[in-house]
Design a protein around this ligand. Structure first.
Ligand code: SF4
Length: 71
């Protein structure tokens, strides 16, 4: 019997984006992406390509702020 399909995004623990969300938004993103259709997440796609993931990049491709803060 084949293995069960992976249900959660492999980058879920810990995904840096969640420190910016309160409970409601976090639950919404978890349902829509991380524990659902995570292959459509822009953060996931960059990780899969081995590219850096901007801190402010949201799963749907929007950003939390316009300019990446200095690190
Ligand atoms: S935000 Fe994207 S990369 Fe992060 S855990 Fe959710 S699906 Fe994975």
């Amino acid at each position: 019997m084949p293995d069960e399909p992976q249900l959660d995004c492999p980058y879920l623990t810990p995904c840096p984006i969640f420190k910016y969300f309160r409970t409601y938004a976090k639950k919404a993103y978890l349902r829509m992406y991380c524990q659902g259709d995570y292959e459509t997440c822009e953060r996931y796609q960059l990780r899969q390509q081995g590219k850096p993931v901007p801190e402010n990049l949201l799963p749907h491709g929007g950003t939390l702020w316009d300019v990446q803060p200095a690190q």
